[in-house]
Write a protein that binds this ligand. Structure first.
Ligand SMILES: Nc1ncnc2c1ncn2[C@@H]1O[C@H](COP(=O)(O)OP(=O)(O)O)[C@@H](O)[C@H]1O
Ligand SMILES: [Mg+2]
Length: 224
């Protein structure tokens, strides 16, 4: 699903965000990426979304080699990936339903498809009852679940979450992680960036650790 081959990203001469990183994530995996602030985690997400280019190396996502992906194909490519951010990035003036429906409208789904897919996504994240609520009326955990529904409604093969629980309390963070785990069990490849050791230890998933732009370790976390 994801292949990085000797990827280096240098923003300017002084800051190397990633240094010679190679890694492979298979279809259907659930992977945590951990590392301190500045380790290069968000840079990795930006590279995978082709929001920025690697200075060296190649990145392949779902069979698409990003260096040779023409600019005009980028929007189509991005639609195959669901992304969730720490700060949710929801449309505050719209209600829950319309936030999720928006993701379908921009890719040209018909109203009929939208009326089918949006309630389904909201059901999956447990927000069916709040479909009319304005974003500002929701708790942080509920807002993050709207963001997850929006990321999922277009049925991406890959879900990238950049510190999705950074703004949530421990219990709510656990609920969100369990939801991502459920989504993974339904077949979506899930990559979660976090700096919470607690979450990683509880979930027993593969863990990739970045340290100042280099890959420090990569191992399965066995369940007991
Ligand atoms: N747009 C940018 N311009 C210059 N330097 C950047 C930019 N984005 C990130 N960096 C630098 O790259 C390094 C990695 O940043 P980032 O990928 O955001 O780390 P993380 O998400 O792990 O906190 C940091 O040293 C950061 O200052
Ligand atoms: Mg970051």
């Amino acid at each position: 699903m994801i292949l990085l081959d000797d990827v280096t990203k240098t923003y300017d001469r002084r800051s190397q965000a990633l240094k010679h990183v190679s890694l492979k994530i298979e279809d259907g995996e659930f992977v945590f990426i951990m590392g301190r602030s500045g380790a290069g985690k968000s840079t990795l997400v930006r590279l995978l979304m082709k929001e920025t280019e690697p200075t060296e190396g190649t990145i392949t996502v779902n069979g698409v080699e990003l260096n040779s992906l023409p600019r005009r194909r980028i929007p189509m490519y991005r639609r195959t990936i669901g992304v969730i951010y720490q700060d949710f990035r929801l449309l505050k003036q719209l209600n829950v339903y319309d936030n999720v429906a928006f993701a379908q409208r921009v890719i040209g789904k018909t109203n009929r498809e939208i009326r089918e897919n949006v309630p389904e996504a909201l059901r999956l994240v447990g927000l069916s009852a709040k479909y009319k609520a304005k974003i500002g009326e929701l708790s942080g955990g509920e807002q993050q679940r709207v963001a997850i529904a929006r990321a999922l409604v277009n049925q991406p093969k890959l879900l990238l979450a950049d510190e999705p629980t950074g703004n949530l309390d421990a219990k709510t963070a656990e609920d969100v992680m369990n939801l991502l785990d459920e989504i993974n069990r339904r077949g979506t490849t899930v990559v979660v960036i976090t700096h919470s050791r607690d979450i990683v230890e509880r979930m027993h998933k593969r863990l990739i650790v970045l340290n100042r732009g280099t890959l420090l370790s990569d191992k399965e976390q066995s369940g007991q």
